[in-house]
Ligand binder design. Sequence first.
Ligand code: ASP
Ligand code: MG
Length: 435
Amino acid sequence: MKFGGTSVGSPERMRALIPLIDDEERKIVVLSAMSGTTNSLVEIAGNLYSGNIDTAFGKIEELKAKYHNVVNDLYTFDGTRQIGNDIINSHFSYISGFTQGIFTKVQEKAILGQGEILSTTLFHLLLQERNIRSVLIPALSFMRIDKYGEPDIFYIEENLQRELASHKDENIIITQGYICRNAYGETDNLKRGGSDYSASLIGAAINSSEIQIWTDINGFHNNDPRYVDNTHPIRNLSFDEAAELAYFGAKILHPSTINPARERNIPVRLKNTMDPEDPGTLITGECVLMDYKAVAAKDGISVIRIRSDRMLMAYGFLRKVFEIFEAYRTPIDMITTSEISVSLTIDNSEYLPQIVKDLKELGSVDIEEQQSILCIVGDFRTERTGSAPEIFEALNTIPLKMISYGGSPHSLSLLIDTKDKISALKLLNKHLFNQ
Ligand code: ASP
Ligand code: MG
């Protein structure tokens, strides 16, 4: 059971978790940092990087004061409050220690992980105060990534199983999301929003009966509720559909979360801590076909168009293109081709200048940034008729820059300018979901 930032975002919310976890079933409870904390830690680290020690120090003090308030409200007894405040003091003096000496990526990652360490420690203390048996297992004792930043599944399983074996009688096992060790043994993390991924890696490692991701919304919605009115939760999704939606912009789930669950065929349930009775969304291996299930959009996309007469009737041209992206470890999202040109999109522009330089050896290259991919999930099996025209009709006022159809039976993707995104989402809601 993973509880996100808002689910542990206040003393009240933390207390509200107790009835959700305190039953006969054995479970691992994975917590995020309290909402806002990781952002503050990012700011603190940013200031330390730039040498703005005073600003960093001010922000550390601000965050510390916030945690003292949390502690004073969270617990019932003075004795527990005392322990809580001691915990806060020791963690924040550790953080303040980074205002002296050199500051590198290693120190930065140690700071970023403090939010999860604080939330789990405070929550564990809350359960102790209530005489609810639980144990806190540090994620750093089993969660690990390799030198490419990918989870080291073998290591995770071995070490988590060993930890669990030494706590056989405990029903509630608490641990941190997000944080891990890297290939060099340093504290690292699974990237922003990574607690979901922690939970599914853990669920897969122990072959759990279910992976539950508790947030503040009733599951996946059919459209982005931040931009569109009248969206509704989708009750069932297949792993493939959920992976597409998470990858293409639905903010509710970290995009890598589905993989470990799909590999072990473990259902993933998205639930709302503010409305625990609501069934939320259940993600399984089964696909219930519907014409249109959901729409999501992903920003920050760059499109790269390569044109070359050498492509005409040639073989091996695309391989040369792909090799360049591979060399810079940059994944390609969408791709469309004509006989003498190919367009593809990436969401990580870190190596864009180098990539373009190498691509220019193959032909002329043109780039457009600030693009968005719209992903429509539904029934797009090749034998179907009629769904693509409906989508194009709905979007007939929006310039469509790329169309990807036939790549998956579950989805159709379109590339549009980010400035057109909200209108496109609204048009699709109106025409595909009659809202
Ligand atoms: N606390 C981390 C973040 O804010 C991880 C998470 O919440 O999933 O990104
Ligand atoms: Mg999240």
